[in-house]
Design a protein around this ligand. Structure first.
Ligand code: SAM
Length: 213
C-alpha cells in the first residue's frame, strides 16, 4: 500500500499507542492474546491489514471474535486504529509489526483463523520468499494456528494466486474452497477490503482460496 508521507501521523499515533495500536513488547502477550487483550475471545489474524477496513467491518459483524490486524507500515496503521476508535470497537487491535516474526508473539495453536487479503505480490522470482504465502510463512501459520485452523486468502493478482495455490498443495494443505471469481459464487464473503473494492470496481476478478492446516 503506497501512502504519501503525512508528517503529522507519528504525533497523531501517540494517542493510540498501547490502546488500539500495539507495537512495543509484543512478546509479553505470547499465549495470552485472548485473555489479556481480547476479553477472552478467540483470536483471528489479518496479516497486512492496510487501512483496516476489513478488520473494522469483521469485528463489528462478530463481536464474539477478537481480531488482530498486523501491518508493517506505521503510517498506514493510523487509519486502522482511527476506525477502531471511532467505531468504539472493543474486539480489534492493530499490531505495528512484520509478520516474519509471528512465532515470537504467538504461542502454538493460539490463533483460530488467518486472513491474507490482497497481499503484496512480489512479482520478481528472487523476491518469492517475501510473499506471505511462501512456504516459510505457511510453516509459521501451521505453528500458531489451532489444529485444523483455516487460512482465507483473497487476491486480485492472478500470478500470486497461482503461485499460492501451488504452495498450499506442496505444503500438503487441504483446499476447502477455491474460486477465481469470488464475487460470482456463493462463497461467504462478509466484508470487502479497500483493494477488493478498488479492483472489482474496475471489473477485475477476485481470486479466493481457503485451506485447512
Ligand atoms: N489488506 C488490505 C486491502 O486488501 O485493502 C491492504 C492490501 S496492501 C496491497 C498489502 C499490505 O500488507 C500493505 O499495507 C503492506 O504494508 C502490508 N504488508 C506487507 N508485508 C507485510 C508483512 N510481512 N507483515 C505485515 N504487513 C505486511
Amino acid at each position: 500500500m503506497r501512502l504519501r508521507k503525512k508528517p503529522w501521523i507519528p504525533q497523531a499515533l501517540e494517542e493510540y499507542r498501547g490502546k488500539e495500536l500495539l507495537e512495543d513488547g509484543l512478546e509479553q502477550y505470547r499465549g495470552q492474546w485472548s485473555q489479556q487483550v481480547l476479553g477472552g475471545r478467540p483470536v483471528q489474524l489479518e496479516i497486512g491489514c492496510g487501512k483496516g477496513q476489513f478488520l473494522a467491518a469483521m469485528s463489528q459483524l462478530h463481536p464474539e471474535i477478537g481480531y488482530l490486524g498486523i501491518e508493517t507500515q506505521r503510517d498506514v496503521c493510523y487509519y486502522g486504529v482511527k476506525k477502531i476508535r471511532e467505531g468504539e470497537i472493543p474486539n480489534a487491535r492493530i499490531l505495528h509489526a512484520d509478520a516474519a516474526h509471528l512465532l515470537d508473539w504467538f504461542a502454538p495453536g493460539e490463533v483460530d483463523q488467518i486472513y491474507l487479503n490482497f497481499s503484496d505480490p512480489w512479482p520478481k522470482a528472487r523476491h518469492a520468499k517475501r510473499r506471505l504465502t511462501y512456504r516459510t510463512f505457511l510453516a509459521q501459520y501451521k505453528e500458531i494456528l489451532k489444529p485444523g485452523g483455516h487460512l482465507r486468502f483473497k487476491t486480485d493478482n492472478d500470478d500470486l494466486f497461482a503461485f499460492s495455490v501451488e504452495e498450499f498443495k506442496e505444503f500438503g494443505l487441504e483446499i476447502v474452497a477455491l474460486s477465481t471469481d469470488l464475487h460470482h459464487t456463493d462463497i461467504l464473503n462478509e466484508a470487502q477490503t479497500e483493494y477488493e473494492q478498488k479492483f472489482s470496481a474496475r471489473g477485475k476478478n477476485i481470486n479466493f482460496c481457503e485451506v485447512a492446516f
